[in-house]
Structures are given as C-alpha cells and as structure tokens.
Design a binder for this molecule. Structure first.
Ligand code: GLN
Length: 205
C-alpha cells in the first residue's frame, strides 16, 4: 500500500491543531503517511485527503479563489478525494449558506456538499459552548463538541447522511467522501473523529 498524504488547508483558521490531531491519528492507527500544510495550488494534486479547518468561511473562500485554488479543490473532491470540513470548512463545502444574524452573504463556496447552511446558528462568539454529541453512524457514542460561532445544517439533499444533531439542529453530516462537522474536534484531546477521517482516506488508497 502506498503512503498516504493528508493536507490541511492552510489559508486561515485552526491549521496547527488539525495538523497535530491528524499526525496523532496516523501514528495511533499505525498508518504510514504524511500530513502537509497546503499553501500552494501545486500541493493540491498530490493529496489523498484534505481537511478544511474552522476559522472564517468568507476569508477562507476569498483566499482560495487566488490562483484558481477553489476550482482545483472542487475538482479533487468531485473526483473522490475525501475531505473533512470543520465549522467554517463545513460552510465552505456547502451549496448554500445564509447567516442567521445578517441574512444572505455573498461568499465563495465549493458547492459540493448538498446542504443549506445557517451560519452563526447558535449565536455570536459569546454564545460559544461545549456539548456532548453522539455520532452513532460512525461508531462514536460520545464526543465533546466545541461550538464556536457554529453553523448548523438547515436542509439536506437525499445523498446526505445525518451523523449528529444537537438541540434538534443538524451538526454533523456525511455525503460519500465528504465529512463535515459544525463543531471543532481539533480543540479537544479526543482524536476519534480525525481517526475516522484518516481511515476513510487510507481505505481508498
Ligand atoms: N461563523 C464562522 C463562519 O461563518 C465559522 C466559525 C468557526 O469556524 N468557528 O465562517
């Protein structure tokens, strides 16, 4: 089996935390691979998997437009590369997003995840919270979800599997090779979700 390479989109946001959680996941799983911070468009074609970290989705979107990065990432995902979008990353993957506080905002989206997103669904920064989440479809019965200006999924297409809800709102989904959470697994010590993503990448290689 070839060595896998997982990239962390290093435009803005929680890059280092995701880098470390992915490295730890590979090592715990005994998988031979590398983790790279993706800063140039050339790196994208080398990847077997990509994590899009939390941060600010409008900034990540705008910066990804530079040199056609967005298009390249979209093509890779459409050709089957596994991707894990976290919070702002989940928004960036979506087809459609609207801000609960300010309404429709024009922002570049990858348009690969068939969901509608409500940004800032739980309120502003001061309304950030932690909650216990269960994600039974991926075999994780309890996970400490860290929600920071988190979105939620308000509508799902027919190919989208709902992995978790909190207070009736959808906070984790999977659609084929696309995994997305509204909360931040990289900000906890629990690497189980990163491990399931690494396994997904490894299984396809
Ligand atoms: N509210 C942010 C956005 O809309 C996401 C916040 C986060 O990634 N923690 O991009």
């Amino acid at each position: 089996m070839s060595k896998i390479q997982i990239g962390i989109l290093a435009v803005q946001g929680d890059v280092t935390e995701n880098f470390l959680a992915t490295m730890a996941s590979m090592s715990e799983l005994g998988i031979d691979g590398t983790v790279v911070q993706v800063k140039t468009i050339e790196q994208i074609s080398e990847l077997d998997g990509l994590i899009i970290p939390g941060g600010e989705s409008t900034v990540i979107g705008q910066m990804s437009l530079v040199n056609g990065g967005l298009k390249k990432i979209k093509e890779k995902i459409e050709s089957g590369m596994p991707v894990f979008g976290i919070c702002a990353g989940m928004i960036f993957l979506s087809k459609n997003s609207k801000d609960k506080v300010v309404g429709k905002v024009e922002q570049p989206l990858l348009d690969v995840l068939d969901v509608k997103i409500e940004r800032n669904s739980f309120g502003r920064q001061k309304d950030s919270f932690e909650a216990n989440i269960s994600m039974d479809p991926v075999g994780i019965s309890s996970f400490n979800g860290v929600f920071i200006r988190a979105p939620s999924v308000s509508e799902t297409g027919s190919d989208v599997e709902i992995l978790a809800k909190f207070n009736e709102k959808i906070v984790a989904v999977k659609q084929g090779n696309i995994l997305a959470t509204a909360f931040h697994p990289e900000l906890t010590r629990d690497i189980s979700l990163h491990k399931s993503f690494v396994k997904l990448v490894d299984n396809l290689n």
